[in-house]
Design a binder for this molecule. Sequence first.
Ligand code: PLP
Length: 814
Amino acid sequence: MTEITAPKSPVTTAEFADEIREQLKYSQGVTVEQATAADVYVAAAKAVRNHLADAWFTTQADTVNGSTKAVGYLSAEFLMGKQLENALLNAGLTEQFDEAVKSLGFEPKAIVDAEYEPALGNGGLGRLAACFIDSLASLGVPAFGYGIQYRYGIFKQTFDKDGKQVETPDYWLNNEEPWGHIDYNRDQKVSFGGEVVEENGKKVWKPAWSVRAVPVDYLVPGYKSQRVNTLRLWTAKSYDEFDLLAFNKSEYMEAVEPKVKAENISKILYPEDSTKVGKELRLEQQYFFVSASLHDAIRVFYPGQDKPDLTTFPNKITFQLNDTHPVIGIPELMRILIDEYGYDWDTAWGITQKTFNYTCHTLLPEALEVWPASLIGELLPRHLEIIEKINDQFEAELAAKGVDADTAKDMAIYTGDAVRMAYLATYGGSHVNGVAALHSQLLKDITLKNFSDAYPDKFTNVTNGVTPRRFVKLANPRLSDLITEGLGTDKWLSDLEMLEGLVPLAQDDEFVKKFAAVKAANKHAFVGFAKDHYGLDIDENTMFNTMVKRLHEYKRQSLKILAVISKYAAIKNGTVSADDILPRTVFFGAKAAPGYYLAKMTIQLINNVSKVVNNDPDVKGKLAVHMLPNYNIEMAQNLIPATELDEQISQAGKEASGTGNMKFALNGALTVGTLDGANVEIRERVGADNFFLFGMTVEEVEKQYADGYDPAKYYEADPRLKQAIDLVADGTFSNGDRDTYAPLVSDWLTKDWFMTLADFSSYADIQAEIEKLYRDPLEWNRKALLNVANSGFFSSDRSIEDYLERIWHTGPLA
Ligand code: PLP
């Protein structure tokens, strides 16, 4: 760990209040009396930004002038969450803010809540990127996050009267957004299409059209580090805003066509999550932000130089490819070096390979991006040539290594028809990492086995992590205070392994009771949040049991809802006595990709189970189910601290890591989970006694696939499962209509690719163990506290330190 210096106390409360007043007056154009909470939010945000400016300039200067290699984190998604509270915390201004806004007649929480959450990510991958840039800044490591400022973030989710998901656009930029600074003077030109011609024996790309990439800079303040890094999100502008000729011919729509075409590039975040989408626009987006970012890095590190020595580029900055979305950067850097700066192929390849590293985020073969060669050829003809040549070189290298022809064919980066981006990334960079120990192992054993055999030294693991600043300190202030009380210091916020100091306190009943009181208070607070936001009446004297994440078959929300239905049936039928029923409130939150049919049907089912169960007087006070709309960071920050039992129930071998699982453990929920992703490491650390394990292992899953999996067998074997599926099939949750869920039922009984049915019995069985423990609050909370105490490893600060040591080989600024 680097030594963290205490923040300077930059401003008094009265001064900060004056700064907000000034912003209201000169920037918002309102008096304090006229100001709304939204006005004060914008004014406060600008005031905080001003406070960060000097540290930002110093960090930039030290980054460019010093000898510490920087990190470029290339990611199509950054799911940042609300900024104000986090910026205040990291800038050391929280107290001044609270007092200042009170002195202006406002409630601090109302101001913080007035911020509109930027939703520029789908889920785990985008949130990981946000945690990582927080940790990089907090550790004092010079870094740039590079991505896209989408005009519309992930869609907003509502439900219609039938319980179906409805997607509406997320107009997050409709009101003033005080954080991003648009910098028209640092733009980049990004070109597409056209053809490659030979001129004087050299290949020359003659593109057909170009867009202007304009950076929008977000400050990324480190926690108590005095460092402020940059998140640079590109927005697409047109060079030909307006076709006057067309306009004068009264062709009004045609007149704005170039603008629309260019600006479409940064218009929307694809609402995809681990599913394949072959959209031209998506490739345009990827190339757009990566090309702009690489040129930007050259501009930053070689200012004003026409002929920079780019052989030093990998010493200036190392680029991490967050999944395959930015992998087109590999041929792009080759093109820049060869075509724009005149390097020969081998020199360019040496620079490129040293510059990039690749993080793989999946084990699902369909989620590894593969682009049709024809599409790349059309949009990026020079890049396709370069990719072909990389592939030729790769084949020769494999042959020299003695790899047989069939294997080499399986490993082809370019197949003639398609380009496999994960393979390009693996070959074109220095390191490849998975995101949890099990995932990294499976990458080596299965997904990228041939590559791991040929290049064993490239492969490593970095287990994901989450920032304790946002996900403990801000999300769970009561627990933070208790941890600080228990440890006698708040230094754990920048050294999370210190939480281990709480282990002995788990034997102190008084401390455990305080911990239980924190959870109870968080539950109470969430009841208020749910009333305000969703109009729900929730009984806080029930177990809060949560499953929040994207809706995907492999994550198995189906398993949870079938178990809920089974429990409902048992209560209705009287197969459990009233005394044996442990009252539970089950929360779901999940968005489904709009084109993902079965996922959307699962949402509909959950909503309708909720309707039936919550309106049935026979189960009142015993079971309630809520599908909360629009799962996002705000909901996560409110629901995770209130949760007692967390569901991480994916099929073993399918979830790369998960980060939700870490957030729950850190906030004192117990997990019911499979041996999948980072669950494995969470269980190892918190202790097998403090984790509810069920379900098949990876090996057992593989054996089932090999033997020919038959889900119907499981349906017949467990009456609880049979009854639950029958209730879905017979119209109980669709007003008697037996067709509504027929595709889902048929999938369960005949295909069930992710083996929900095979794991049902062990999942249903372990509920008795869970409920037994819950009836003993002291023991439950003791175990939950041990989860907190042993989760320090899952700080994103630790992940970044692993990247620094294993992959990036750099460190904090001097
Ligand atoms: N979506 C949001 C809003 C999150 O905060 C998280 C958690 O880290 C995720 C998605 C990812 O959840 P999981 O790791 O359970 O897939």
